[in-house]
Design a protein around this ligand. Structure first.
Ligand SMILES: [Zn+2]
Length: 280
């Protein structure tokens, strides 16, 4: 599944190629993604210029200015298996290429999504903070709003374990299953620790660990176990750099104790019993 680092990598990959380009034609080959693509979609962005690409959580936001009309924002979510890529004119369409934007920069931007859990829709710039998909999101992990005082407040009454709490987008966006295990290992926190029991020092360590882990993944071009293709067309695998994730029974990189794991609600958690002592 594309996680925040993959989405950020996609954004950075597309940015220099599509900003300043006009949308000359939009081909929608399938409208039935997780949510139906609006019927007027192609018409509303016809002739518009892509002025910027930003990201909120795992949503790509393409800002489009339009002649004699208010600007509009093209929201793209890659779902479980989606990817974006750039092609030259005359390229061969692949199965699962659902939307193709023909750009004035002599390139085609392609949305590819075998499982069709992705979302493509339009919103006004004012809806970036109020749209139902975006309104309830917690702070970005790299923003100033994600700090120790915030975490103390947000977790004060949360008696559930820190691992699922960290993956809750209302607390902080973009910490998926892989990065939750990795961040907890890096900060020396047992995944079953009640969220409200973490000390100020532990919260500071965890906050730094989340940033370090995500930044490392972004720097390496994003990670996922399958289905992800960078905007340049290269796969963005990163699994060899994991310290605990997917390493059950292998030696801890710090103390050589075998890594343990458990599956809870379908999500696997990996940790070291020595480096991440259980909360008593
Ligand atoms: Zn260890």
């Amino acid at each position: 599944m594309p996680e925040l680092p993959e989405v950020e990598t996609t954004r950075r990959g597309l940015l220099p190629h599509v900003v300043g380009a006009r949308i000359q034609h939009t081909l929608v080959r399938r409208f039935d993604l997780r949510e139906e693509i609006p019927a007027t979609f192609a018409r509303q962005i016809q002739g518009g210029e892509i002025t910027d690409i930003t990201r909120r959580s795992k949503y790509l936001l393409m800002h489009i200015s339009r002649h004699k009309k208010t600007p509009i924002v093209l929201l793209i979510h890659l779902g479980m298996s989606g990817s974006m890529r750039l092609e030259k004119p005359g390229f061969a369409l692949k199965k699962h290429d659902h939307v193709v934007w023909e750009l004035s920069s002599n390139q085609h931007m392609v949305f590819h999504d075998p499982r069709r859990f992705g979302v493509i829709t339009l919103l006004s710039p004012l809806e970036i903070t109020t749209h139902p998909l975006l309104a309830h999101l917690g702070p970005e992990p790299f923003s100033d709003g994600f700090n120790v005082a915030y975490l103390q407040r947000a977790l004060a009454r949360r008696t559930v374990a820190i691992k699922p709490t960290l993956m809750d987008a209302k607390i902080v966006v973009g910490v998926g299953n892989i990065y939750a295990s990795e961040s907890l290992f890096l900060s020396g926190i047992h995944p079953d620790t009640p969220a409200c029991a973490l000390t100020r020092k532990q919260l500071a360590a965890l906050m730094n660990a989340v940033r370090t882990t995500l930044q490392a993944a972004i720097d390496s071009g994003g990670s996922t176990l399958r289905d992800y293709v960078q905007s340049s067309g290269n796969t963005g695998y990163f699994q060899h750099s994991f310290t605990v994730y997917d390493r059950a029974s292998e030696p801890c990189v710090t103390c050589h104790t075998p890594i343990v794991h458990k599956v809870h609600a379908g999500r696997a958690t990996y940790w070291c019993e020595i480096c991440q002592p259980r909360h008593l």
